[in-house]
Design a protein around this ligand. Sequence first.
Ligand SMILES: Cc1cc2nc3c(=O)[nH]c(=O)nc-3n(C[C@H](O)[C@H](O)[C@H](O)COP(=O)(O)OP(=O)(O)OC[C@H]3O[C@@H](n4cnc5c(N)ncnc54)[C@H](O)[C@@H]3O)c2cc1C
Length: 370
Amino acid sequence: MGKNYDYIVIGGGIAGSFLALELSKSSKVLLIDKGPLLGGATGSAAEIITLQLPEPFINWAIESLNIYEEIGAPIKRVEAILATDEKCAEKYLRILDSANVESWVLTRSEASRESGLRLRGSYIYLATLDALLDVGRLGNLMRSLFNLKGVEVLEYTVVRPKNIRDLRVNIGSDKFEADHAIIVAAGAWSLEILGIGNKRLAGSRLYKCEAHSVDIGKKVKTIFYEDLSGTYIVPESPTTVIVGDGSNNIIRSPEKGLVPSPGSVYEVLEGLSRAVADVENAIPRTSWAAPCLISGDGWPIVGTVPDLEKIYIFTGLDGVGLMIAPALARMLSEHLLKRGRLLSGLNPLRKVEPWRGPPEEPPEPYRLGC
Ligand SMILES: Cc1cc2nc3c(=O)[nH]c(=O)nc-3n(C[C@H](O)[C@H](O)[C@H](O)COP(=O)(O)OP(=O)(O)OC[C@H]3O[C@@H](n4cnc5c(N)ncnc54)[C@H](O)[C@@H]3O)c2cc1C
């Protein structure tokens, strides 16, 4: 049986879902995912939308926040405190100021009072109004928007390289044809789907993103980042918080990214303990992990792929997908609909040296640590 669409999007994480939504404003779209919508790395995220980012990420994050608000996404604005040193504080203040994001400096006792945490050490405390996104509720909203806009969704349907022929996706006896383009937005699995795993587009690498739920025995009121160790605390329930860090283990296949590393929660707590006295008594509850994909220069990967005309890739969102995917989805959609350009810095074929740093350190520029 054959069915025609303008666009077929493979992968219904934050990237593919927002792209499908954007394209559906004027096109017929099919969205395919091997699991449920917004599962994948998106379903494992710590749900932070921070504005304490380098350029151009901060501008994508601001635009993404506007898009979340436009569709009525379950976003809660929450104060966030970044504990950093003087040099980095100056750099962040400059970036935040040029992006017109309100930020303010707190003393340690003010930061302790605002956050509900016992803070220590010698830091500059920089506050902004960040946000938390409820991904579970966003999934429900997406389903009803897709219904409304006529986006056809096929969940629990795996696409393999052999299923893609020209602009057709064959699943069993079903044939789905795209008139304009197929877009692979399958996160860490994207290269595997296109059968180009070893070509390492834009010097890309797979690594494991992890987070942990810990009982801290008290209510935390703000998001808190320790910039120098790249660790963070997010309020979860009355006495539980989510902790995580930017340290990353390089992995060989996406599936390996799904298994948390034993003991990594203690490394995170150790990093945080330089700034937060309360974490010394924290009791770890659960840990989880998912694969993330990053390019050699830390910029996302968005554009056509080698030898496969009219097949686009939209990935490389690293640990900031929730913050920047809606803005990038809008940019890609405008490009596909011939109304706008893609930034050349996102080109999957750009020359980027495969990143050769120590495996536990991600490359700049997306990293919070300055
Ligand atoms: C522990 C953790 C904490 C994080 N915290 C944050 C945070 O606080 N804020 C933030 O902005 N980002 C965070 N991130 C990063 C964020 O989750 C990712 O950047 C983002 O989810 C990537 O989105 P994506 O759509 O590219 O990929 P994914 O969400 O992984 O989506 C890819 C989709 O493709 C589907 N797929 C894969 N293979 C196939 C196939 N063969 N056929 C069909 N479908 C397929 C998958 O099922 C999946 O649904 C975190 C990540 C982790 C793991």
